[in-house]
Each structure stands twice: as structure tokens, then as C-alpha cells.
Design a protein around this ligand. Structure first.
Ligand SMILES: Nc1ncnc2c1ncn2[C@@H]1O[C@H](COP(=O)(O)OP(=O)(O)OP(=O)(O)O)[C@@H](O)[C@H]1O
Ligand SMILES: [Mg+2]
Length: 249
């Protein structure tokens, strides 16, 4: 479903991704973990060409992209398959919850308003936000806004769902309600890649966990292996530091 080979990303003198190779199977849920600045966001942003790769190639579904001059048409074609959820929810403040979800259906997918509203309500129900369909983002909590943002992305029915730390902008008491929604999505057929600092969540929900450090994949394996029997000392060190910090809270 996703195939990345020899992916590199440089910003001026900063070599951020240093040769990334992996594939993700259809319906798989992959969690990306790693220290701050290791290149997690850069990697997930390269997957839908929010960042242009400096070298290598990416294939999503049947759409193959090579680094170099990437046309708008190619970017558009690749994004047909992907949906992205960001740390900052990026809802349109002047649109209601339902309008936020139906906007892409109407303007991009050219669906009728009635059809879009029907589908929009379906996805809002899925994330437990149907009752707030007529509210504006400012009237919602951060967790509710993120659930709407997730519904908006799901409504476009992407083949691949990409999420970059979807809970890290939330107050701690709101994190669980969003993780609960993501947990339910992960159990469905959609292929999901999620960057997260919620290690316990990654352990519980992901089919495989990718540990990135210094712009390289250090280890990519099922959670039981990564968390209980890490092969690489760097993985073990990261986990011990991180889990220690989590216990300290
Ligand atoms: N637009 C940019 N221009 C220049 N350098 C950038 C840009 N975006 C990211 N970088 C650099 O790339 C490196 C990796 O950043 P990235 O955001 O991918 O890290 P991350 O693993 O997502 O970290 P965090 O856990 O803090 O979100 C950092 O050194 C960062 O400074
Ligand atoms: Mg990041």
C-alpha cells in the first residue's frame, strides 16, 4: 500500500532523512516513534508531498513519485489517496462542524449538498460529534475539535490516513477521548500511519512500530518486539528514558 525507498530530505545544509526504506501493508496501523528532531514529521509530510523529498521514491497505492521536479498533477494524484490529521486541528473557524466536514466533499469531490450532509453526519457520528454538527469550532473543546478534524479527513475516504501527533496539542484530560476514536479507526480497514509520543497507545494499537533516530529507521517491528525485546541499544535507551518519564508523571 505504501512503499518508500531510499528517501532522503535535506533542508539547506541540514540532512534530515538519511535513506529511509520501508513498506506498509494494506490495512496495517503503523506508529512512528522517536526523539524530538529525529525526522518523524518530515517523513510523514513527505508521504503526501507537503515536503518534497530530496532523493528516493514513494509509492502509495498505484501512484509512484520520484524525487525531483514533482508536478502539481502528481501531488494532486497522490493526495487523492491520503488524508492527513495535524497536531493543530486547522478547522475553518467560520464554518460549523458539519460544514467543515462537508466542504471537501462538495468542493473537491463534487457531491451534492444533501449527499455531503448525509455522509458528513455519518462520519461525525463515528467520532461521537453528531450532536455538535451545528456548533462552530470556537464552541468546542480541543478534543472535540480534533475529533471533527478526524471526521473531516475520514469523510474524504482516503486509502491512507496520516496523523502527526494528533493528541499532543491537547490538555491531558482530553487525550483519551481522541485516542479512543483513533483506536476504533485503527481497527477498520484503513491503512494508518501515526506519529505519536503516546508510547502505550502505540504499543496497544499499532501492528508495527517504527523507531526513528537521526533521520534513519533504527527498528521497525511489532510492538511486542520493540517494547519487550528491542534489538537495537538505541531503541532500548529511548524507551527506558521515555517510559521512565511517563511513570514520573
Ligand atoms: N522547514 C524546515 N526547514 C529547515 N529545517 C527543518 C524544517 N522542518 C524541519 N526541519 C529540521 O528537520 C529536523 C527534523 O524535524 P522534524 O520536525 O521532522 O522532527 P520530529 O521528529 O517530528 O520532532 P518532534 O518530535 O519535535 O515533532 C529538525 O532538525 C528540524 O529542525
Ligand atoms: Mg514532529
Amino acid at each position: 500500500m505504501i512503499e518508500v525507498s531510499r528517501l532522503e530530505k535535506r533542508y539547506a545544509g541540514n540532512h534530515v532523512l538519511k535513506g529511509i526504506d520501508f513498506h506498509v501493508r494494506q490495512s496495517e496501523t503503523v506508529a512512528i516513534i522517536g526523539p524530538s528532531g529525529s525526522g518523524k514529521s518530515t517523513l510523514i509530510r513527505c508521504l503526501n508531498l507537503l515536503e518534497q523529498p530530496s532523493a528516493g521514491s514513494i509509492r502509495i497505492e498505484h501512484q509512484q513519485v520520484h524525487a525531483g521536479a514533482i508536478s502539481k498533477k502528481t501531488i494532486h494524484a497522490l493526495r487523492q489517496h491520503t488524508g492527513m490529521v495535524f497536531q493543530a486541528f486547522n478547522l475553518f473557524p467560520h464554518l460549523t462542524t458539519l460544514e467543515n466536514v462537508t466542504q471537501g466533499l462538495i468542493t473537491v469531490q463534487r457531491k451534492s449538498r444533501t449527499q455531503a450532509q448525509e455522509e458528513g453526519m455519518h462520519f461525525l457520528t463515528k467520532v461521537g460529534m453528531a450532536a455538535k454538527a451545528q456548533s462552530y469550532p470556537a464552541q468546542l473543546s480541543g478534543g472535540q475539535q480534533q475529533r471533527v478534524a478526524i471526521a473531516r479527513t475520514l469523510a474524504m475516504q482516503p486509502k491512507v490516513l496520516l496523523m502527526d501527533e494528533p493528541t499532543s496539542a491537547l490538555d491531558p484530560e482530553l487525550v483519551q477521548e481522541v485516542l479512543q476514536v483513533i483506536r476504533a479507526i485503527a481497527q477498520e480497514a484503513i491503512t494508518t500511519v501515526i506519529v505519536t509520543h503516546e508510547l502505550r497507545f502505540a504499543q496497544e494499537v499499532a501492528d508495527r512500530v517504527m523507531f526513528i533516530d537521526g533521520g534513519k529507521i533504527i527498528e521497525f517491528a511489532p510492538p511486542a518486539e520493540i517494547f519487550q525485546r528491542p534489538k537495537q541499544p538505541r531503541t532500548a535507551l529511548f524507551l527506558s528514558k521515555y517510559l521512565e518519564a511517563e511513570y514520573a508523571i
